[in-house]
Design a protein around this ligand. Structure first.
Ligand code: FAD
Ligand code: NDP
Length: 475
């Protein structure tokens, strides 16, 4: 302990990464300070402790996704002989939002109780700003400041939705995922702008909840992901009612009697349509403005605002670290922010030497046809190893129950295998319970298993996962 400073370590931002740092450091008996403050969205939406994931990210998103999947079962119940089920029954948005928010508030309360009751943690519901390399200014909601000092500082301020700069009043005329999960009024007919994780997940569950949903895609679906899988997700969503407008972006958005008149240009022609809600999901920007980074000498990418940190999470100022979504080149996922925070504290205080590895991280896109993957996409594998050096195994299948209950669409899986050593370098699965199926294959890929190892596994029957250990057809 360095008596020169009030805190051994001070964390700015109490999301997935920041809270992990706080927890790990207090367990080791360190004096820990935390500033977490939620700046309201342009519509004034605010939330409690825990950061993006439990409040406006993973948790409310998954609950709404699951609700939409449950809705699908209405049709299947009828098809499989259940009596008295109305397959056309409607979802009540207000009940759903209240239940989602009840769950979120429960998580907030757990965090609040822990932050207050744990010895060694001092929590400030204040905006943190760097004053010098060991001093943080803490500003409360009324603009009052106090200053604290720390030996180490960790920046974990996350990211917030981006807005286009060329559409007048865009912040007032649109909502983002920051507003959606607590929206007081049902979104109604919705235009979702964007085509990645957030856009497709939200479009998927809103369609499943019964809303008329159109996705406006600037270029491709799910940039960075295996494109064959991405296109199959789009096809499945189309079959299940989501509409797509591809190859354009809104040129203007206007208020017309409380609705949104959206115009765009496609193939040289101006087109327009009126929506109840426009949900922007065009990416996220690091929440690093007004953090005092420049003044203290912490380098950022001028364009994205992301903090530049080395493999050991150190910024250009050696005692200031940065983790999670606000750092350049990191995967923007809760479990990566958590593991990164854990490893940082082990390295700082318990002789740890492991840095965070960002390769072979499993992830799942919770679209109506869920997509789990780990390792290389087909495009990335071909670029790195060359097409002739790969075997790409694929399998299209329909889960037993889907056939039984007349569900439309098919599932698909792909394994990417290096010819020279038979190692599986890419796993892709489109089907039910993708996150549950993919987590185990994350271990397979991490252990550098060979295709022949998978061929030696006896499948579980009847299941969808058995498809993945008996793939014999390669492209
Ligand atoms: P955050 O969790 O964003 O926390 C940052 C905190 O810092 C916030 O509380 C913020 O208010 C606070 N803050 C900012 N500036 C200051 C300041 N100056 N002073 C004090 N406090 C400040 N990931 C998954 O793994 N699975 C999913 O299914 C998933 N779904 C998602 C769905 C949506 C709609 C979104 C938007 C994201 C989703 N993510 C998902 C991504 C995941 O939520 C983020 O990667 C994760 O929350 C990042 O954690 P973090 O600690 O870097 O930042
Ligand atoms: P992304 O940065 O991944 O995608 C942005 C999307 O918006 C792209 O489709 C992009 O198109 C499009 N876009 C960008 N600018 C414009 C514009 N001006 N007009 C129209 N479209 C535009 O952002 P997301 O918000 O979807 O996700 C952020 C991160 O959050 C992800 O990287 C992910 O790590 C995390 N997340 C994780 C989830 C999970 O684990 N299930 C779920 C949700 C989020 P183009 O391809 O043309 O550039």
């Amino acid at each position: 302990m360095n008596p020169q400073y009030q805190y051994d370590i001070f964390v700015i931002g109490g999301g997935s990464g920041g809270l992990t740092v706080v927890d790990e450091a207090q367990r080791l008996g360190k004096r820990v300070g935390l500033a977490d403050y939620i700046k309201p969205s342009p519509h004034g939406t605010q939330w409690g402790t825990g950061g993006t994931c439990p409040n406006v990210g993973c948790i409310p998103k998954k609950l709404m996704h699951m609700t939409a999947l449950i809705g699908e079962i209405r049709h299947e119940l009828t098809a499989t002989g259940w009596q008295g089920v109305d397959p056309h029954s409607k979802n009540d948005w207000n009940i759903l939002v209240n239940e989602v928010q009840r769950q979120v508030k429960g998580i907030n309360k757990g965090n609040d109780d822990w932050l207050i009751a744990t010895n060694g943690i001092t929590y400030y519901n204040k905006l943190g700003k760097l004053k010098d390399d060991h001093t943080i200014e803490l500003i409360d909601k009324d603009g009052q400041s106090e200053f604290v000092t720390a030996e180490y500082i960790v920046i974990a301020v996350g990211s917030r939705p981006s807005f286009p700069t060329d559409i007048p009043n865009v912040k007032q005329l649109t909502i983002t995922s920051d507003d959606l999960f607590s929206l007081k009024k049902a979104p109604g007919k919705t235009l979702v702008v964007g085509a990645s994780y957030v856009a497709l997940e939200c479009a998927g569950f809103l369609t499943g909840l019964g809303y008329d949903v159109t996705v406006m895609v600037r270029s491709i679906l799910l940039r960075g992901f295996d494109q064959e899988m991405a296109e199959r997700i789009g096809e499945f969503m189309k079959i299940h009612g989501t509409k797509f407008i591809r190859g354009t972006i809104p040129s203007s958005i206007e208020d017309v009697d409380g609705k949104r008149l959206v115009k765009w240009v496609l193939n040289g022609q101006e087109q327009s349509e009126v929506f109840d809600t426009v949900l922007l999901a065009i990416g996220r920007s690091a929440d690093t403005q007004n953090l005092g980074l420049e003044q203290v000498g912490v380098q950022t990418n001028k364009e994205s605002g992301k903090i530049i940190a080395n493999d050991a999470d150190s910024t250009s100022v050696p005692n200031i670290f940065a983790i999670g979504d606000c750092v350049q080149g990191r995967l923007e996922l809760t479990p990566t922010a958590i593991m990164c925070g854990k490893r940082l504290i082990k390295r700082l205080y318990s002789n740890g030497n492991q840095i965070m590895e960002y390769s072979d991280v499993s992830t799942t896109v919770f679209t109506p046809l869920e997509y789990g993957c780990v390792g290389y996409s087909e495009e990335a594998a071909i670029q790195k190893f060359g097409k002739d050096n790969l075997k790409i195994f694929t399998s299209e299948f329909t889960p037993l129950f889907w056939n039984f209950a007349n569900r439309k669409g098919t599932c698909y899986a792909k394994l990417i295998v290096k010819k020279d050593d038979d190692v599986v370098i890419g796993f892709h699965y489109l089907g039910p319970d993708a996150a549950e199926v993919t987590q185990g294959f994350g271990v397979v890929i991490k252990l550098k298993a060979k295709k022949s190892d998978l061929d030696n596994v006896v499948g579980i029957h009847p299941s969808v996962a058995e498809e993945l250990v008996q793939m014999q057809t390669w492209k």
